[in-house]
Design a protein around this ligand. Structure first.
Ligand SMILES: *Cc1c(COP(=O)(O)O)cnc(C)c1O
Length: 401
């Protein structure tokens, strides 16, 4: 029997397993050295100054929204064609999500639609934009930065689909996702269907020291451990009622909770797995790009494929999407042959949760039209050429009979 071909899956090597086992045998299961190592390696990979590892991508988004000070009623713009967490982080902080439509060719948040929203409302209405490097295609953050600056907005780049992806800026330079040059903050997920697996896990990259420190604090309950930053007096910290003459440092046990934070830490054994996986990230990307160009070649002249992921430089191909008629028929037919294609995504604004805020069908026609036809084909580095040929053959046979 043929084994199931999923749309995405992790690749765990003996080296990965050894890295985890070594960590399990070490002194630290959490809050140990593997976390800082992973952060440094990841910052290095993206080209950012700082990286903060967290428990998952959703926690990363939540911390970003908190660090940027999203509050009740703050309006933030994002795309509906994304995993709900991109939008939900705004709601966690009481903010209002304003969805803007996608560009039907790139499937990415359409900057012109964002500009329309900004130009048609009083200055200060919107606080930020959360563009998503959907499917692995890097958003042109240079253009978004310019627009955001004109209107005083921050940017959180949701780069869960695109570690190692890049766009070419106006000078022709490669700008790697999460490099800290355009977005205040960029976030990544290490769920097993993503490029780098750590079980659960996430990362935030930034070039801002201030945001970096805020993120560290919020990741661990809002606790500060630094003599220079304490707000209470040394006398209070010591627990003495008299002035302690000549004492200039706080006692060793002392710490302060200065903000309402969370426990969004990653463990050391997850970080060890993440670091080990990161070493093979570029290899995985190369293979993803190869698989993508093979799909592209197979379908470029086919009549029943109305659209597909572009073959462009810098695409990280978390997903390879085709747009078809009778998508339900194809989905079921592929399942019968143990090919588990998937749909990314049901438009967020039409989820029952978001409908309660007034979103309805017809609001974002490009996203809704895209949803009617999209299907994500198996795309992962260990997909064999045989398996891919089987997938292509089944799709062709479904339409050609
Ligand atoms: C996976 C994903 C997330 C959330 O990441 P988790 O680690 O699953 O919490 C957020 N945004 C996008 C675009 C994702 O694909």
């Amino acid at each position: 029997m043929r084994k199931i071909i999923p749309y995405g899956r992790q690749d765990i090597t003996d080296e990965d397993i050894n890295a985890v086992v070594e960590t399990l045998k070490s002194d630290y299961l959490t809050q140990g050295p593997r976390i800082a190592e992973f952060e440094e390696a990841f910052a290095d990979y993206c080209g950012s100054k700082y990286a903060v590892a967290v428990s998952n991508g959703t926690a990363a988004l939540h911390l970003c929204a908190l660090a940027l000070g999203v509050q009740n009623g703050d309006k933030v713009i994002t795309t509906p064609i994304t995993f709900a967490a991109s939008a939900n982080c705004v709601r966690y902080c009481g903010g209002e999500v304003v969805f803007a439509d996608i560009d039907p060719d790139s499937y990415l948040l359409d900057i012109n639609k964002v500009r329309e929203l900004l130009e048609n409302s009083p200055k200060g209405t919107y606080k930020g934009i959360i563009p998503v490097d959907f499917a692995g295609r890097a958003v042109d953050l240079e253009a978004f930065r310019k627009l955001a600056d004109e209107h005083g907005l921050w940017i959180i780049e949701d780069s869960c689909h695109a570690p190692g992806g890049y766009f070419e800026d106006s000078k022709g330079n490669k700008q790697i996702c999460g490099n800290g040059k355009f977005a205040e903050l960029s976030i990544f997920s290490f769920h097993p269907v993503k490029h780098i697996a750590s079980g659960e896990g996430g990362m935030i990259t930034t070039d801002s020291e201030k945001l970096y420190e805020k993120l560290l604090q919020l990741r661990t309950h809002g606790i500060v451990k630094s003599d220079e930053k304490y707000q209470n007096s040394i006398e209070f910290a010591e627990g003495s009622s008299v002035m302690s003459i000549g004492v200039e440092t706080y006692p060793g046990w002392y710490m302060e909770m200065q903000d309402l934070g969370y426990n969004y830490r990653i463990t050391d054994f997850q970080a060890a797995l993440g670091s080990s996986q990161l070493k093979r990230a570029d290899e995985g990307l190369d293979r993803r790009r190869e698989v993508a160009s093979q799909y592209y070649e197979a379908f470029k002249n086919s009549e029943y494929i109305k659209g597909q992921s572009a073959v462009i430089e810098g695409h990280a191909y978390h997903l390879y999407i085709i747009e078809v008629e009778n998508r339900l028929g194809l989905y079921n037919f592929l399942r019968e042959h143990d090919i588990f294609a998937q749909i990314h995504y049901i438009p967020c604004h039409l989820m029952p949760y978001y409908r309660q805020f007034g979103w309805k069908e017809g609001d974002l026609p490009n996203s809704e039209e895209y949803y009617k036809h999209c299907i994500s084909l198996p795309m992962f580095p260990t997909l064999t050429n045989d398996e891919q040929s089987f997938v292509i053959e089944k799709i062709n046979s479904f339409y050609e009979g």
